[in-house]
Design a protein around this ligand. Sequence first.
Ligand code: 5AD
Ligand code: SF4
Length: 471
Amino acid sequence: METKQEIEKQKQYIEKVKQINKGSNLKYYILTMGCQLNENDSEKLCGIVEQMGYEQIDNYQEADLVLFNTCCVRENAEDKLFGKLGELKRIKEKRGTIIAIGGCMMQEQHITDKIHESYPYTDIIFGTHTLHKFPEDLYKTLESKKKMQDVIDIEGEVYEGLPIKRMSNIKASVTIMYGCNNFCTYCIVPYVRGRERSRHPKDILEEVEQLAKEGYKEITLLGQNVNSYLRSEQWKENGTEYKGINSFATLLRAINEIEGIERIRFISPHPKDFTDDVIEAIAESEKVCKLIHLPLQSGSTNVLKTMNRKYTKEQYLELVEKMKKRIPNLTLSTDIIVGFAGETEEDFEDTLEVVKQVCFEQVYMFIYSRRVGTPGDKMTNQIPEDIKHKRFDRLKELVESQIADNNQKYVKTIQKVLVEGPSKNNSELLTGRTESNKVVIFEGEPQLKDKIIDIEIVSEHMWYLKGKHIN
Ligand code: 5AD
Ligand code: SF4
């Protein structure tokens, strides 16, 4: 139980920093980049620093501690980080702000080298495997005023019991596994997040049960490859199976039984691991939302092969057909990368064809971004930027026309909507989401917040639906 002792030690550091900060009314600012896994890590960071006595604010000019939780999946996040670090120089000189940078980008040596060289006033650099040690890192920096780097390359352990500050009080993310073993050739994640490690089912169930007690209604299970949950765990073979959970399918079924939870989502599964038991579990678990995210990446068998995705265009389409047959009212969303190395015009048209055929509810589109250290970056047949952008625009046009058509289908239907609260753009109206994750805006009493209610859709707009509450 080394990890337990480690967390106990970190809790002592939280107390020590709290003592140092006592009575100082300190503020922190956090910027989170990237995916929901990073957002979940940031919820833990916020939980830690709030226990240390810092209070969150949304402008870094007045912060005593600035935290960046970085992503390195695509290039633009790097520019954003360096831009912000540049701006912080003067602020730090004035206020002595502590600057701490963590997350995926910090696992890349060329990035940490650049920080040391160009932004030497950064105080703490921590990696994806050392987030739990942030209390100790901060304590040491406060005590010795020394800069520190705490990044390890070796596989991290799974640490339980860190404090957490949730961003919502009805929807919560629960990480079920860390890392990835797939090595898609475009992707940096396996290099910065390490190999797959699953959390113990007992810890996951306890966390979800606790969330249900606190009134949470919707749970999103997170992992880079959720449907290989528990696949490579050694302790599973040692007979440590908990309440019959030995796979992603059995985990879904167990969470479906937790009273109080009304919606279960998960991201992201890999098509190659979408086994029949998972399809059955989705079909038979009434709380599992019938919107499934199924990353396609490319519709061309050739490109899928060079991407190391381990399925063909036909296998993807067969899987979609099988799922649609078995799961009534199934809708799908996906991720697509445009302009991967070697993508020909015909390859790209294959992608358009799959998009037309499947008719996704939502498509997250990305222009291929070369990542240092990945096989994709070394491929010699890179696509010129202008062609990538033109293809991206063509895909976007197709997707938007499909979304517009698809939205029509909602008009006059009755949807179950989980009410999130006042709409950001018009506080007189309420907003919520359908099971298929569409934003719905409608008139209603504030007490409807946090409830799942019936809404009749009256009109559609590109990115939201308008509805009427029916009693
Ligand atoms: N360039 C562009 N998009 C990428 N993704 C992952 N790596 C890259 C890259 N190098 C996309 C994939 C993945 C999503 C989270 O980000 O579509 O599913
Ligand atoms: Fe990256 Fe592929 Fe792993 Fe997803 S499955 S995190 S795209 S390597």
